[in-house]
Ligand binder design. Sequence first.
Ligand code: ADP
Ligand code: MG
Length: 609
Amino acid sequence: MASNWKVFRQKLGNSWSQLPYLGRSLTLVWQAAKKWTIVWASLLIIQGLLPVATVYLTRQLVNSLVAALDVGVSRENVIPILILVALMGGVLLLTQVLGSFLNWVRVVQSELVKDYISALIHKKSMEVDFAFYESAEYFDRLHRARQDAFFRPTALLENSGSLVQNGITLMAMAAVLTQFGVWIPAALLISTLPAFAVILNYSKQNYNWWMKATADERRSWYYYWLLTEKDSAAELRIFELGDYFQSAYQSVRRKLRSEKVKLAKNESLANLGAGAIALLITAIALTWMLWQVLLKRLTLGDLALFYQAFNQGQTLMRNLLQNLGQVYSNMLFLGNLFEFLDLSPQVIDPPTPKLAPTNLNQEIKFENLSFWYPGSNKAALENFNLTIPSGKIVAIVGANGAGKSTLLKLLCRLYDPQQGRITWDGIDFRDLSIQNLRRLITVLFQKPVDYNASVAENIALGDLLAIAKLPEISNAAEAAGAAEIIDRLPENYHTLLGKLFTGGVELSGGEWQRIALARAFLRQAPLIILDEPTSAMDSWAEADWLERFCQLANGRTAIIITHRFTIARRADIIHVMSDGEIVESGCHDELLALGCRYARSWKTQMQVN
Ligand code: ADP
Ligand code: MG
């Protein structure tokens, strides 16, 4: 018994540890919809008191009726009865009207809360480290936060609302009932306690299950996505993967379903037991009530009032405890949202950032830098040193996996190195504000984003601060070799790209890449980095583009990352990278004369072309 008590207390302790989320959730609701929350709370209080009025009016009515029947029906005693009936009708009508109004207020409020939370999630998604996007745990959290964000706050609000409303009614009812004996409200309370225990227990169990099932859930989502997305549609058809992924989806779902069904079954059984206890106590109270009637200790009005109050009291009590359980359950789930919102990034601004330079005057230097990807035990770069002089076109060539893109990610501060540093004219990157640093750089990523937007917008997104006009946009397009492609489009710069929205035009991989390049060009940053800029271009286009790029880069510092030696040729300095190290450096002719890796690769690639 003692140990049971300890377990119970521990459970209770665990439950209360979630309580801070209640305050946070309500604050969130308040911040999202201040005015509506006031209206909502006022309506709840009024609605909470109306049932008590009904109960009292009922007693008056019954007693008046009994009195009228005693002395015989006459005009004088019918009028008060009619007034009472009218009052009762009024109260019922008011309950209806307020109920409808409250429903509407709830919709407004919940829509506001939903959008407010989405905004919080979006903000946090932008704030967290890039590294988060490479951890499954992050996606588990995001998944939970996203799912719960949709309906939990609103549900919590509704539960808390019902809790308040039912609480008010119940307290008033309890006050009414105590006149027949204090034990009656107590019996009410006791009769519903087992149900409450069941609710609390299963809230926790459901929650634990959900935490455990997130990874599977996300897997099922992934299959769902594969089966319905454009990106995978072609492969799925060619390789006939439809049935394969469908059955994979079904098997994950089967597992999740059977676990959920089992939980629901146990919960139903527990509820049945709790219901039986409540019924027993009700039977006792009813027997007592009838006994009192037989002893003529109650008037018929009292009887009506008692019956109504007890009946309603029990329903209320049950609802109240259910609300409490739901509030608890929603709070558990909202914990996920708050956990997500509490994620804190590691790559952060320094307390007092140095004034950002506007140009690159001397050089960018990687100094004794070592870097491991989070969770990886092999260094992607170790004791790495590299100097990028201002105003030069620097090519970094090397096989796949050499570490070229890693350099780019470090330059953009998507990651910070574990050892060593990168400097911009001698200033450590970590001493600059991230925003200022990133504004010094423009990048064409290896896999740029194809925005489903107009051509002009696709390019203008490169620099929203500049509010680019069409001439600047078309200059950037020209520089990227995208102008001819755009001229062929039905509405030129106003053509909607991508097939996601009606009227969109799809481009080829190489064409998309040019648009992305134009976007990178648009931003007038002193450092321009291109990661495999011609990977989707044919070699003719490549040569043509390269010529233009070298002219346009004039004065700007450029880093071209590529595994194609034919591109590297035009660069001022070529660094050959292998296994996270620079193994050869020099200009094209120097490297050819050296006769090592670059020279060998150059010869083979020339033969292929
Ligand atoms: P590349 O020269 O082809 O651009 P990367 O810089 O992308 O090569 O990769 C360098 C090495 O780091 C590779 O061995 C790759 O497997 C590893 N790597 C790249 N990205 C990650 C990552 N997000 N997490 C762990 N390892 C990574
Ligand atoms: Mg790469």
